[in-house]
Every structure is written in C-alpha cells, then in structure tokens.
Design a protein around this ligand. Structure first.
Ligand code: SAM
Length: 302
C-alpha cells in the first residue's frame, strides 16, 4: 500500500480504527516528489545513520530505508505505531522508538550506533536528522539538537515556512533574530524548497518549507564564552525595537556607560538595533564584555 497517497492513508486508518490527532501536528505527506526531494537533499548512502523525527505512517521512512544503513525513527503516538509497522514490514535496518522526541537523547543513540557498527567492522559515514516535523515543537527540537551539540552532520527538516524564513534570515531583515543566529552559528543553512499546503493530508493552514542545516565542523567565530554570547543575543532581540545599548544593558550587573564604551571599541554604534548586527558583531561584543568581566573580577552578567 502506498502510504503517501490520500487513499492509502484513508484505507489503513480505517482498517486500524486510527483517528489522527490535530494537537500532535499529524499532517501526512501525500506527494512522492517532495518525499524524494527531502531524502535526496540529505545525500545519504548505505553508510548513513538516520534519526527520523515523527515518522507518522512512514511516508519518509520507507524511502529512507531504501538508501540508509540504519533508520532510528522516533514517534510519540502509540496509536500510529501498528500502522507504521504494517506499512514498513520487518526490517533489520529499522528501529522505532515510541517516545516524545524532546525526551530522547540523540547523542546516546549516535554513540550506541557507532559502537554497533564498529563491532560489525564498519563505520558510520554520515549522521543525518530528518523529518517532517510536528510544527508545534519545531524550535525546541532544533534548539535542543544544536545546544546539546549533537554530533550530527546534517539536518533536513520540513517546517512551517515562516519559521524556515526566520532561520535563514540575514542582518537587516525584520525577521532576523535569536533563532537565525543560533542556527547560523552552528550550521550552514540552506533553504531547499517551499512546499505548498496542498501536499498534506489533511491540509494545514500554512505553507511549509524544507531546510538543510549542515553542522559546521569548525566555527568561523572566536567566542570565548558561548553562554554569555547567547545571553547577549537574547537580550538584544528581547526588545528588538530598542537600541543595542538599551537592550543589552538590561543584563544584570552591566553598567550602561561601560557597555557604551565597549560598543564604541567594537566600532558598533550604540544606537543600532540588534537586527542590524551580524554574528561577527555579536561575537566581538561578547568577547569584549567577557574580557571586562575578568578584568573587573565580576562573576558574570545575568
Ligand atoms: N513523517 C510523516 C509524514 O511526513 O507523513 C508524518 C509527519 S507529521 C507532520 C508529524 C509526526 O510527528 C506525527 O506522526 C506525530 O504523531 C509525530 N509527533 C508529534 N509530536 C511528537 C513528539 N513530541 N515526539 C515524536 N513525534 C511526534
């Protein structure tokens, strides 16, 4: 049965008495071209380990299993697992984890799989995270993977178009923000394609987009205190209409006059807004502030 067709989805749902859940973001893909596009973008082969998020009935999983060496797929809805298992059949390359993706330790899966492959005399060539994400938790999923520095090589993920646009946004744009900086700090980002709502069953209210995030092997910016860097970025965008001087001086313990001097030293006009600052600007500013913490023996800024 073709799980990526409207009739296939209806048929298997009827057979299992399955009722889809809106709150779990269950909008299933019914377009083989889009499925192929997602899978091809990840550039997988038999040495690839794929961690898939939200397989649903297995529309993407089926194609992934044809190419990758192993697919570990994480699905929260226990009611959909029997449909997934029936569609995919028995497959040694497949492992289904019935859990909330936000509670899954990706690093543990990768370490464990690396050991297994080694025991069999092989090595993993690429670790890819893929999925047509449940949109209600897109940002926490991505941020969790990035902040925990999961050792993946690439992520190819479908998400709400507006979120994808924010992720790839550049300085000077109204939608450039803390999410853009976090993703672009850790990854090279590529907007692969816009996906119309018509290719889902049922149709969501918004359009989608496929993004590819390739994890940077080395970071092009020197950041001496990463926690402080992200604190400054968040403070900058928390009140994005304020000047960088006013928004960042909300950090506890940071004197406005000190900050003004540090901005001048970094050749950043204190009247600029966070949305005009590049990652490099934020990195330079955060290093300058970090240096100041050490010079004045302050603990840190909160
Ligand atoms: N991959 C399938 C497709 O493209 O047709 C289904 C995609 S659907 C947009 C999102 C899937 O994620 C659903 O199967 C849903 O049950 C699952 N899901 C929702 N929240 C989840 C969570 N917290 N952890 C794991 N899976 C989740």
């Amino acid at each position: 049965m073709k799980v990526y067709t409207r009739s296939g989805i209806r048929e298997i749902s009827r057979k299992h008495g399955f009722r889809r859940s809106d709150s779990l973001g269950q909008n299933f893909l019914v377009d083989k071209n889009i499925i192929d596009k997602i899978v091809e973008s990840a550039e997988l082969d038999e040495n690839s380990l794929v961690i898939e998020i939200g397989p649903g009935m297995g529309a993407l999983t089926e194609s992934l299993l044809e190419i990758a060496g192993k697919v570990v797929t994480i699905e929260i809805d226990s009611h959909i697992i029997p449909l997934l298992e029936e569609n995919l059949g028995k497959n040694d390359k497949l492992e289904i984890i019935n859990q909330d993706v936000l509670k899954v330790d990706f690093s543990e899966i990768i370490t464990r799989e690396k050991m297994r492959w080694k025991e069999r005399g092989g090595t993993i060539g690429k670790v890819a995270v893929l999925g047509n994400l449940p949109y209600y938790i897109t940002t926490p999923i991505i941020m969790g993977i990035l902040e925990k520095e999961v050792a993946m090589d690439t992520m190819v993920i479908m998400m709400q178009k507006e979120v994808a646009e924010r992720i790839v946004a550049k300085p000077g744009s109204k939608i450039y923000g803390a999410l853009s900086i976090a993703c672009q700090f850790y990854c090279e980002t590529d907007y692969v394609a816009t996906v119309p709502r018509t290719v889902f069953q049922p149709q969501p209210k918004v359009d989608s987009a496929v993004l590819k995030l390739d994890r940077r092997k080395s970071l092009p910016w020197e950041v001496s205190d990463r926690e402080l860097f992200f604190k400054i970025v968040r403070a900058g965008f928390n009140q994005r209409r304020k000047t960088i001087l006013n928004s960042v001086s909300t950090l506890d313990g940071l004197e406005k006059s000190e900050l003004s001097d540090m901005l001048e030293q970094q050749k950043i006009d204190p009247r600029r807004r966070a949305e005009t600052l590049s990652i490099e600007d934020f990195a330079g500013l955060s290093n300058r502030i970090s240096e100041n913490i050490h010079k004045t023996h302050k603990q840190t800024y909160k």
